[in-house]
Design a binder for this molecule. Structure first.
Ligand SMILES: O=C(O)CCC(=O)C(=O)O
Ligand SMILES: [Fe+2]
Length: 352
């Protein structure tokens, strides 16, 4: 419980002794702050900017989507606007998360756990008791959220509005993700409803991430470089920047765009599409000025779901690049390999 960053007093000028000791042990050498990369695609909906390399997604995929989403970024990470989740709901979700992390230590204690086998728990990545290994400047409230009626009673009952707001947000966020998946299957020429059923009917997990101002942002990261373990992730960022993606050997910032949701393809989508869609490595950096809040909604396959490159995509010229497996085995290996993209991909590549 004392690990929670959100419980501590911050002394940004004249860092406390505790902090000086803690941060000097941080393993990551530097959090490189890349300046603004503009992801917005030109000529659409009045936005203009530099196009990023596409993932090989065909235009028909997105032309089908214009009625529902306006695509404002075609980077390896997408951002969508006009997605149907209201500004009010997104704002409420950020506010209620901030309220949660700003509650007293006593109020938060009921939810705190260091037991990694528990899904629903509040924890910190900044475990000061850990002698070795990297530590990160992040507190996280992780919750199983689906189906809502079956999970809601296990969510924190404070702040008062949390359950109500989160219940609405999860349903809408899942709808957006499922719509996107159906557009993706259409765009890739997969059969209608390809991602429905087992591939997307597993748990919907929420990471409510809270990165307090960090006294030494150049010495630590908020969240380690990783690709998500699931099918597709929807990310709501508050107003403070911190998300970065790896692109051509460099970390590039993905700044929050008002009312946009960031969409990130997980490892499973890369494997099922035989590498047509790529799961992009990302991380969170910290800053000394302002706390940052982000909410990641992970759409997961069912645990027993069988994952393999789609038969419609592979053929003699385009042989399967990845092995077939049961999703729960992927999760186990992902954890064992500490989420490192290179290692995880190697483990599941054919001839890897
Ligand atoms: O805080 C962020 O922007 C990234 C969060 C994230 O990647 C995750 O929770 O998996
Ligand atoms: Fe992530």
């Amino acid at each position: 419980m004392d690990n929670l960053l959100s419980n501590r007093k911050f002394h940004l000028k004249g860092c406390s002794v505790l902090y000086r000791e803690a941060v000097s042990k941080w393993q990551y050498p530097t959090a490189i702050a890349f300046r603004y990369a503009n992801f917005i695609f030109s000529g659409m909906d009045g936005y203009s900017a530099v196009p990023m390399p596409t993932t090989g997604i065909t235009w028909p995929l997105f032309s089908a989507s214009f009625g529902i989403f306006s695509l404002i970024a075609i980077s390896l990470f997408l951002s969508v606007i006009n997605h149907g989740v209201s500004e009010q709901l997104m704002g409420d979700m950020i506010r209620v998360t901030e309220e949660f992390f700003n509650m007293s230590k006593e109020d938060k204690a009921a939810y705190y756990s260091e037991d990694t086998s528990k899904t629903n728990r509040l924890f910190s990545s900044s475990d000061l008791s850990k002698k070795d290994g990297p530590r990160y400047w992040r507190d996280c409230l992780r919750l199983a959220c689906y189906p809502v009626p079956e999970t809601i009673n296990d969510w924190p009952d404070k702040p008062a509005k949390l359950r109500e707001v989160l219940a609405k947000f999860i349903v809408e966020a899942r709808d957006v993700s499922i719509t996107l998946l159906s557009l993706i299957s259409e765009g890739l020429g997969l059969k209608e409803g390809y991602f429905e059923g087992d591939l997307s009917s597993g748990q919907v997990m929420l990471n409510a991430n809270y990165y307090p101002p960090c006294p030494a942002p150049d010495l630590t990261l908020g969240l380690l470089p990783h690709c998500d373990f699931n099918l597709i992730t929807l990310l709501l960022q508050g107003a403070v920047s911190g998300l970065e993606i790896m692109h051509q050997g460099k970390w590039i910032r993905v700044d929050p765009i008002q009312n946009a949701l960031v969409i990130n393809f997980g490892h499973q989508l890369e494997i099922i599409t035989n590498g047509v869609l790529k799961s992009v490595e990302h991380r969170a950096v910290t800053n000394s000025g302002a706390a940052r809040t982000s909410l990641a909604v992970f759409i997961m396959p069912a645990k027993e779901s069988f994952i393999s490159p789609a038969k419609e995509i592979v053929n003699e010229e385009n042989p399967p690049l990845y092995k077939s497996f049961v999703y729960k085995d992927f999760l186990r290996i992902y954890i064992e390999l500490l989420a490192k993209r290179v290692d995880v991909m190697e483990a599941f590549k054919i001839n890897g």
